[in-house]
Design a protein around this ligand. Sequence first.
Ligand SMILES: *[C@@H]1O[C@H](CO)[C@@H](O)[C@H](O)[C@H]1NC(C)=O
Ligand SMILES: *[C@@H]1O[C@H](CO)[C@@H](O)[C@H](O)[C@H]1NC(C)=O
Ligand SMILES: *[C@@H]1O[C@H](CO)[C@@H](O)[C@H](O)[C@H]1NC(C)=O
Ligand SMILES: *[C@@H]1O[C@H](CO)[C@@H](O)[C@H](O)[C@H]1NC(C)=O
Ligand SMILES: *[C@@H]1O[C@H](CO)[C@@H](O)[C@H](O)[C@H]1NC(C)=O
Ligand SMILES: *[C@@H]1O[C@H](CO)[C@@H](O)[C@H](O)[C@H]1NC(C)=O
Ligand SMILES: *[C@@H]1O[C@H](CO)[C@@H](O)[C@H](O)[C@H]1NC(C)=O
Ligand SMILES: *[C@@H]1O[C@H](CO)[C@@H](O)[C@H](O)[C@H]1NC(C)=O
Ligand SMILES: *[C@@H]1O[C@H](CO)[C@@H](O)[C@H](O)[C@H]1NC(C)=O
Ligand SMILES: *[C@@H]1O[C@H](CO)[C@@H](O)[C@H](O)[C@H]1NC(C)=O
Length: 750
Amino acid sequence: MLITPLLLLCVAICLSPTASVIDDSKANFQPQVTLRTWEQAIAMAKSFIAQLTLQEKCHLTAGVRGTCAGNIASLPRVNFSGVCLLDTPSGVGDGVLYSTAFVSGIHIAATWDRDLFYRRAVAIGKEFRGKGVHYALGPMVNIDRNARHGRNWEGFGSDPYLSGENAFFYTQGVQDQGVVATAKHYICNEQDTHRSGVMKDANDAVVYSANLDDKTMHEIYLWPFASSVVAGTGSIMCSANEINDTRACQNNKTQNGLLKGELGYMGNILTDWMGSKSTVDPVLSGLDIDMPGNDEYMGYTLVPFVQNGSIPESRIDDMATRIIAPYYLVGQDQDYPTVDLDRDTMENNYIINREASRAGMILLKNVNNILPLNSSVNTNIYIYGQAAGQTNCGLEQTSWNANCGGALYQGGGSGFVRPAYAIDPLTALMQKGRDDRLQIRYITNQNDFVAINSTFRDRGFQNAKCLVFISAWSEEGIDRTDLYAFDNGEQLVLTVAQNCRQTIVLVNSVSQLNLERWVDHPNVVGVLWTGMPGSEYGPAVVDILFGDYNPGGKLVFSLAKNDSDFGTDISPIGDSNYTEGVFLDYRHFDKYNITPRYYFGYGLSYTNFSFDKLQISQANDDDKNSPVSLYKQRRMRPYNNFGHSGLYDPVYTITFTIKNTGNYYGSEVAQLYLGFPVQAQEPLKILRGFERVYLEPNESREVTLVLSQKDISYWNVVNQQWAIASGTHTVWISISANNADIKLQGSFSV
Ligand SMILES: *[C@@H]1O[C@H](CO)[C@@H](O)[C@H](O)[C@H]1NC(C)=O
Ligand SMILES: *[C@@H]1O[C@H](CO)[C@@H](O)[C@H](O)[C@H]1NC(C)=O
Ligand SMILES: *[C@@H]1O[C@H](CO)[C@@H](O)[C@H](O)[C@H]1NC(C)=O
Ligand SMILES: *[C@@H]1O[C@H](CO)[C@@H](O)[C@H](O)[C@H]1NC(C)=O
Ligand SMILES: *[C@@H]1O[C@H](CO)[C@@H](O)[C@H](O)[C@H]1NC(C)=O
Ligand SMILES: *[C@@H]1O[C@H](CO)[C@@H](O)[C@H](O)[C@H]1NC(C)=O
Ligand SMILES: *[C@@H]1O[C@H](CO)[C@@H](O)[C@H](O)[C@H]1NC(C)=O
Ligand SMILES: *[C@@H]1O[C@H](CO)[C@@H](O)[C@H](O)[C@H]1NC(C)=O
Ligand SMILES: *[C@@H]1O[C@H](CO)[C@@H](O)[C@H](O)[C@H]1NC(C)=O
Ligand SMILES: *[C@@H]1O[C@H](CO)[C@@H](O)[C@H](O)[C@H]1NC(C)=O
């Protein structure tokens, strides 16, 4: 008797064509830990600090030796047990045991799914908390300005709005678990070549200086940090490079001016490891903590400087307050687990990791719907490439060793998580082969062309599907030398494609790759971008290849036909001049009318969608179930910091319907690009909204995107504030940054 009403309820809610796409499960968020407002946390921090001596307060400002990558001193006299900081943005790193290697930043961004941004971050936060770690050293929110940057895989791609949404929901997911998030690297750390070293003016061009104008700073590079601040991040890490010839960690303009002044940031600034090189300047310029701290620039070293008046004691109080406040902000004073880095807290996080892994994979080419494979007819599968199988070096790849090879779960450096386990595609395909009675052959030594050629003469080869796995690695500290695949992957693809009419290429890459040598080959009928897919890589890719999951990820950067088309590159010398201004990636391609191979925002599906009924209205939150109310509730937490400027208030709603017109359940990412009046001096179009919508075949749904005041503003350099240009703003709803993909167009006038 119970079943019928429940089913009816589901039909009414689940299939209603007007049901709002905004999931309100998080609007009703019930915290499991004590979360406080900044005002409460600061008041508690101040009363804690009131009991400390000058020496004790100074002691807090430099890391001490301890169990973790960074440790804020314990103060046993006042029963403060200290704070543990650990890498990485995508899981608990630094070589601990029992850790999930989650999909990397570049991969979660490619899901374009805020619900997944949040749920992945919740799982990451739980693993940190379970091990007693107080600070997760992420998210990494530097922009993919240079395709060759070795750390692009840790970040969220080339667009500030997409990066900002990722930064926001990452911060929220982690801090909802009582773990402090640390947005990094502040700011303009868009290359690793010459990223640190001694002062440039003291020793000629050793550390690079990012030189950029004020508009570009605000609209591109500061944007995702601003999103972290409004989300309520407790900590921000300053970078090792310089900005306008002044080190980031002692840059008064970026730290005291932009971050603590303009953005009203109330948390602390800590250094990138060994990112600071002196005492008085950084402290007076806004730096609060020196990490890892054994260089003696801060900590007790500050005491005589305070005593002789070089540093005011009020500044030390401010630093100590900013160091302690985040502890109270996310309730670390109550029932926080003791530090045990090897405690197993993975629970069933593989489920969300597999979901994120397949949701971030991007179908780039699918001639005559070669994918998904149907295992009852595609029984002969040939697998090629080192990147299909397990590495020869165990799962220790913090840095690259060309002899290792193997599927890449993450990139390298401090951002690498050594996973407790990881499943490569070959292993997962073998299991699929057993279950579905496939005939599989594979060659993972991709330089053994004798063996590779011999497979082409196999009896079973005639109608085979050939899966070619290629990869590209990068790591912290080193930028890539080119945008080609590891170990002549291009030659492997071409050799297989010359012989196999149904060649499908799987691209396991840290960031941009140049596909030009093979992508137009007529026998390359499928291309799946598998990204940086985490320890569930194998199962996730099998789900997509055989149609158990319909791909819907979208590129978070354009793939250029020619590397020089990007118009930006790593600077080999001391200056990195951001002369392109706000014209980055698709904004640059639009300006110069360059056609990339695949546009930012592009990705195919096993189904198709139609768009209809665009409506633009002023935002209205009279009804608590209105899209605007839900938008606000979803972002609301005790610890967030929207300020009082109204900049983050909704001002317009953009409503339209999407229908799944094909035969598969699947998703489309509706992308809102905004065109500004001339006065704003903006690129042709800028991403200012998106929503990934999952639909059954024939299902249609009304979608509402919300534009905040900031979303429709430009940075006015003269007035030093966000401003709305008067005139017509054009709204395009598209499925990529390609103008040919625009589905709906409308406008509003201000
Ligand atoms: C010291 O802190 C612990 C929790 O960190 C608490 O259980 C204990 O009661 C505190 N002791 C005193 C004397 O405040
Ligand atoms: C850097 O210099 C440019 C050009 O003078 C200026 O527009 C910008 O505001 C400066 N930025 C910082 C952070 O100093
Ligand atoms: C540092 O920045 C603050 C905030 O912008 C400003 O008030 C102050 O004058 C600056 N100090 C120096 C020495 O430039
Ligand atoms: C203050 O003390 C520090 C540390 O002893 C010293 O380096 C600095 O020169 C002193 N400054 C003044 C103005 O006396
Ligand atoms: C797979 O192929 C079999 C045999 O042709 C067919 O009956 C089945 O419907 C196909 N499955 C799908 C999902 O298309
Ligand atoms: C493999 O076959 C290709 C042609 O498909 C040929 O160019 C190449 O020389 C062969 N390599 C070896 C090692 O036999
Ligand atoms: C790529 O661009 C560079 C510089 O514009 C040019 O010299 C080169 O020929 C181009 N390469 C291709 C393959 O078009
Ligand atoms: C960067 O700009 C400065 C100032 O215009 C100039 O002196 C310098 O040569 C430029 N550096 C590069 C690498 O273009
Ligand atoms: C989607 O539509 C395009 C254009 O009509 C068509 O070429 C393609 O085959 C369709 N894809 C699917 C999966 O139906
Ligand atoms: C979709 O709707 C059309 C027209 O109403 C119908 O013919 C078709 O069977 C439906 N397809 C699915 C998968 O429900």
